[in-house]
Ligand binder design. Structure first.
Ligand SMILES: [Zn+2]
Ligand SMILES: [Zn+2]
Length: 356
């Protein structure tokens, strides 16, 4: 089996998991063009992908999804709830044309960004050099109705604008396929093939067996995965607020483990995010801190993986060496030259393919 992380972090996530006969793209959170560029860098060919498997509907996991799937006719696997949530995100409101809706969203977001900058300035933390990188929390319609805050609304708008902009920009890539173009015009959520899976139920894509498992995160129906083929097990879990029992069970006996190590608690607490965003990142449906990941590695990890890949590191609230140190200390004397090699998945460039 082989795994190649193309990108990891709140600006986009994607990885290729393959056996000798099957290739799966896990999430497509960069633009189609960038995904293609990074795949070319690591010797992967998008035309040979058998499936795109989606963990959850946040923009950093689906930004390039529709264009990539349409361009190469790749089947997309979601849970039904995640698919529904994604369709809602990419579908314009009724009685508004797509172009009007896009303009309206952009205008709303420009306003929102100005307000955010003003609120940063007011908090005397200095002007941020970037927007909060955990702005991809998109509350479901249900959770929005339970007293949603301004930050929640901002997050949702960010997500919608990002997705719409990505789709609009990438439409030009599809100009040579008039039938697809017409389908997209009629229905922005059009995908050539959609397949559903359910957390807790195995599915097979080619010769890869996949066990999706529920993770606690602020999305409609977020999942992690265990991939198994050719006697190798690969665990995959990012975007989770804590590590519940079902995740601990799923991640046993893995030969490689890709695990979130999102933030350093102190950096997050002292950092530039608005209080409401900090609360959400820290919450039970937010992201795993270095400390929480270390705790899992100390208490629950069986020590059997050749590689432990730390992923979804925050660029604002973490340092790669802090994440690495916390994991190394947690693994302690189980670290060896042969196994438990700790690697860091990066945002800006793909990792070398891992062969298992
Ligand atoms: Zn994410
Ligand atoms: Zn997420």
């Amino acid at each position: 089996m082989r795994m190649t992380v193309l990108a990891s972090g709140s600006k986009g996530n994607s990885a290729v998991v393959s056996s000798s006969g099957t290739r799966i793209l896990v999430d497509a959170g960069l633009s189609c063009r960038e995904l293609m560029r990074r795949m070319a860098m690591v010797g992967e060919n998008p035309e040979t992908l058998d499936a795109i498997l989606i963990t959850h509907e946040h923009a950093d996991h689906v930004a390039g999804l529709p264009v990539l799937a349409r361009k190469f006719g790749i089947p997309v696997y979601f849970t039904e709830a995640t698919h529904r949530a994604w369709v809602r995100q990419v579908t314009p409101q009724k009685r508004t044309t797509y172009a009007q809706w896009l303009e309206q969203r952009k205008a709303e977001m420009a306003l929102r960004d100005e307000e955010l900058v003003r609120s940063y300035a007011a908090n005397a933390c200095g002007a941020p050099n970037e927007a909060p990188d955990e702005h991809f929390f998109v509350p479901s319609a249900e959770s929005m109705s339970e007293g949603s805050s301004e930050a929640d609304k901002a997050s949702e708008e960010h997500n919608a604008v990002k997705l719409a902009a990505a789709a609009a920009e990438d439409l030009c890539d599809e100009a040579d396929a008039p039938a697809v173009k017409k389908s997209v015009k009629d229905n922005p959520s059009y995908l050539p093939v959609v397949e559903y899976f359910r957390a807790g139920s195995h599915l097979a894509i080619g010769d890869i067996d996949i066990l999706p498992f529920t993770i606690p995160h602020d999305a409609a129906d977020p999942c992690g995965f265990v991939f198994e083929a050719e006697g190798i097990r690969l665990g995959f879990a990012t975007d989770l607020g804590y590590v519940p029992q079902n995740v601990k069970m799923a991640l046993k006996n893995c030969d490689a483990l890709l695990l979130e190590s999102n933030h350093d608690l102190e950096m997050l607490r002292d950092g530039p995010y608005p209080w409401s965003v900090k609360q959400r990142v820290l919450s039970r449906v937010g992201h795993l801190s270095n400390t929480a990941t270390a705790e899992f590695l100390t208490r629950d990890y069986d020590g059997g993986a050749a590689y432990v890949i730390l992923a979804h590191l925050s660029e604002s609230n973490n340092l790669p060496e802090m994440a690495r140190l916390a994991a190394e200390q947690a693994i302690g004397d189980r670290l060896s030259l042969l196994g438990n090699k700790i690697l860091l998945a990066q945002q800006a460039e793909p990792m070398q393919p891992l062969c298992l």
